[in-house]
Structure formats: C-alpha cells, structure tokens
Unconditional design. Sequence first.
Length: 188
Amino acid sequence: MTRPAPDSPTVLDLRAIRSDPALDAAFADSAHGILADLVAGGAALGWVEPPGRDEVAALLAEVAAGVRAGDAALRAAYADGRLVGLGYWSRYARPTHRPHADLEKVAVGAAAQGRGIGRALVTALVADARAAGIEVLTLDARGDNEGALSLYRSLGFREYGRLPDFVAVGERRYDKVFCMIDLRGPGE
C-alpha cells in the first residue's frame, strides 16, 4: 500500500470516520472548530455569525442520517492526523428532484488552504455522487469567493445562474452564483 506524503490529505467517508473511535469522538468538535473559525474570518458558508457547537453537531447528525439512507455523502480530509477539511452533498427531497443533489459546506481550515485539500474533497464527493446515481450535482457560492468558483470550474462545474446582490452581510451585498455538473453520460 502506498502511503500519502506527510502533508497530503487523506480523504475519508463517514463510514471510515465512524469506524475509528478516536476520529469519531473528535469529529464534531473538530468540524465545529473549522467552520466557526472560517465564518469568523468572513467565509461564505451559510452563516453570518460563527455557528455554535450544538448547531454543527445537529447538522452533522442530519447529514449522517442522509448518508445512512443513501441520500447524502460526507467526506473529511485529514492531514498529519487532524481534521483539516470537510464537505458533503445531500439529495434533493422533492420527488421530482431526487436524481439531483446539492454540494454544501465544502470547508478547508485556513491553515490548510492551498494544499489541494478542497480539490481532493470535491473530487471525492463528485465520485460519490456518480456512484449514488446522482445525475446533476449543484452548488451555490458567494460571488466574491473566486477561489472556490475557480476550483469548481476546473473540476467541470459550470455557472447556470446568478442573483445579483442577493447575499446580504451587514451593509455589503454579494452575488449568489449557481453552478452545476452534469454526471450523466453522453446522450443520457
């Protein structure tokens, strides 16, 4: 077995995290730390104020229930034995939208950014979506998040819509950018 370089991420799914007692015990707290720190620094992750630990734990429990039902996938990136990033997708609940899912909360801790961790997470999540029979994977991003938008474009996502000045953070306004990747094969 080839081991990753010490600073390259190991991307695990929820089953692998749950099967390791040490990782499982620290997961919610570590995820909260990453998400709260990023939001405190102005990251666009759906919160204006850093989320509380209980809020993050509830979100992770909801995603875990979706994973168990086959309606979600969660991936976490570890480097040097610690959580450095996470992301998930969830299948749309409406019956007419069931073949589709939304990629959400792909987050990489500030100290680990620029090391390919976001790319590794999104690549794994797209592969999980394909394996689950997802036809179209969507996401939305704040218009000023050019780093994330550039990453998504490089992985095959394309913009399909934009709501100008839709996101309000205090007095500032940002576009909401909608992107998608079609996972159906040619001619489907």
